[in-house]
Design a protein around this ligand. Structure first.
Ligand SMILES: [Zn+2]
Length: 325
């Protein structure tokens, strides 16, 4: 387990048993296991079950079966006690949108499973931010969501256009026409904190919560090393020349299928030129100011990201410890 307390989706408890995926007989046997569980996804949202003991992330597989045929199933692996876990994608029409005016004022649109008030499609970010289920279970839900979101959108072969079929226990799609195999994608994103002595560079996108500043980030491109992507992104977004790059930690970010690769980069220049297409602002922050943002006592109300995001841990590690450049 990672030592980064509160980091979202980073506590996967599963033995994935990838060698079992091509063994259809073994997958069938695991499916018949009395303790088999299902991570249920409906329209990209995990479906939590309300029980007397609280919210349940991994339903008994029989509960999922009672809802009718799933669109896709995938063997995710086995929990430490040995219970197999499957990701299961409900057909889109198994859930309906409903108006929720429970606070008597705002009309919130929510998804419901008709006839099953105990089942609640729940936003995966809300699950992590609110710690609605234990961190290892939130990690399993993240895997299920990322994998099934890929299945839901890759019904046809990108090479020849034929309808593809699910293979490898749900970890592959196969084209019966041109024989091409398609694998679930993970899109690497570099997220970096540029540091210069007692200062670090933070920026904000217009869509961020008011007053929040974060580390800069961008997609890694084909043909790039992580170090090159870090230096290119920091230059493009802030005009800062990046030097030495230090890897810090990574985080699955299933929105829809990213991996955040957290790094520190030594700034080799000081003048900030903000890329106004990507960012609303970017500037240097002192260590003291950054600490006040982490502790929510900044005089102007500025804040840093919350602990579920890797940016929080990048900023905190630098502000409270040493980054040896
Ligand atoms: Zn094909």
């Amino acid at each position: 387990m990672t030592a980064l307390e509160g980091l979202g989706y980073a506590f996967d408890p599963l033995d994935r048993g990838a060698y079992l995926r091509d063994d259809a007989e073994a997958v069938r046997a695991l499916r018949a296991h009395p303790d088999a569980r299902a991570a249920l996804i409906a329209r990209d949202m995990p479906v939590l079950r309300t029980t007397a003991a609280g919210l349940e992330a991994l339903l008994p597989l029989a509960e999922a079966d009672a809802l009718g045929p799933m669109r896709v199933e995938a063997l995710l692996g086995r929990l430490p006690g040995g219970a197999p876990v499957f990701a299961a994608l409900l057909p889109d029409d198994a859930v309906v949108e409903q108006s929720d005016m429970s606070d008597g004022f705002l009309d919130r649109r929510v998804l419901v499973v008709p006839g099953r008030d105990d089942l609640k499609p729940t936003d995966l970010r809300a699950i992590a931010v609110g710690a609605l289920v234990p961190a290892p279970e939130a990690s399993v839900l993240a895997t299920a969501k990322a994998l099934l979101a890929w299945h839901a959108r890759r019904t046809f072969c990108s090479h020849c256009g034929a309808r593809t079929e699910v293979g490898a226990g749900g970890w592959r799609r196969e084209c019966p026409s041109c024989k091409m195999q398609h694998f679930p994608r993970t899109d690497p994103v570099v997220i970096m904190l540029a540091v210069d002595g007692d200062n670090c560079l933070l920026g904000r996108q217009p869509r961020f919560p008011k007053g929040m500043y974060s580390a800069l980030a961008g997609f890694l491109e084909p043909g790039e090393t992580i170090e090159q992507a870090v230096r290119r992104e920091i230059m493009e977004e802030s005009g800062i020349t990046g030097g030495e790059v230090r890897y810090f930690a990574s985080q699955p970010w299933p929105f829809p299928s990213s991996l955040m690769i957290g790094c520190f980069v030594k700034a080799e220049s000081r003048t900030v030129t903000v890329d106004r297409v990507e960012l609303e602002d970017a500037r240097w922050f002192s260590r003291a100011e950054t600490l006040s943002m982490l502790e929510k006592r900044h005089p102007d109300g500025l804040t840093a990201p919350i602990p579920m995001a890797i940016a929080h841990h990048l900023v905190k590690r630098w502000a409270t410890g040493t980054v040896a450049f």
